[in-house]
Design a protein around this ligand. Sequence first.
Ligand code: NAD
Length: 256
Amino acid sequence: MLKGKTALVTGSTSGIGLGIAKALARQGANIVLNGFGDAEGPQAEVTACGVKVAYHGADMSKPSEIEDMMKYAAAEFGRVDILVNNAGIQHVARIENFPVERWDAIIAINLSSAFHATRLALPAMQAADWGRIINVASTHGLVGSPEKSAYVAAKHGVVGLTKVTALENATSGVTCNAICPGWVLTPLVQKQVDAKATALGIPVQEATQLLLAEKEPSMQFTTPEELGALAVFFCSPAANNVRGVAWNMDGGWTAQ
Ligand code: NAD
C-alpha cells in the first residue's frame, strides 16, 4: 500500500517507534530511522521487511539537528511523505521538586521537536498534495497523572498541535492525527515499573500488575505492533478524511 513512499519515524531505535517503522515498512514504505543507542540492530530489522532504510542520529532536542535530518531524508529519498513524531522521554517528580533541566528537555523532545519536524516536512507534502503526519501523544495528552507535569503538559500540547496541523491542511491531501497509547511495555515504562518495585520493596512482576491495575481496566499492555497497525490505517485511503483525531489505544484507561 505504501510502496514508493518514504516514512521518517523519530525515536525509532526502540519501542513504539521501531514497531511503527516496521509496520510501515511491511506496507512497502522506505524508512528513515532516528534515535539514540544501537542503530544497526533496528536498521537490520527494518531492512528485513524488504525496503530501503536510512538512519540519522539527530538529537530531537536540537532544532538545527532536526533541520539536518529533514535535509538528509530529502536527499536520500526525495521527500518525506509520512512523518511520525514519536521520540519522547519521561521524568517523574512532584512539581515543587521537578528539575528545571528535565522540564526543558521533556518540552523540547516531546513537544517542540514535533513542531520543528512538522514545519520542515509540510512544504513538500503540500506540493505533492499528499502527506501523513502521525503524532505519538499518550493518554497523558488527554488526562493527567500526578508527578508527570512536564510529560502531561507536552502531550496535551502535542494533541493541540495535531488539531492545528490538521485544520491548516484540511482542504488538502495532507492529514495529521495523534495516537494516544496507554501503557506499552517499552524501556520507558520498564523504568517506571522497576522504580515502583524498588520503592515498595516488591517483585517486578507484582509491580507490573500494580501499574496496570492503577490505570488500565483491560490489565493488558498495548503492543508496538498494535500501534503500528493504527499508524498503517492512518496512512490508508480509508483514513483520507480522518483529521485531527487523538485516538486512544489504552485498554479503557480514558473511558473511566
Ligand atoms: P523508548 O524509550 O523505548 O523509545 C524512545 C525513543 O526515543 C528511542 O529510540 C530513543 O533513542 C529516542 N530518543 C530519546 N530521546 C531522544 C532525543 N533527544 N533525540 C532523538 N531520539 C531520542 O520509549 P517508547 O515507550 O517507545 O516511547 C515512544 C513514544 O511513545 C514517546 O513519545 C512516549 O512518550 C510515547 N508513549 C509511550 C507509552 C508507553 O507506555 N511506553 C505510552 C504512551 C506514549
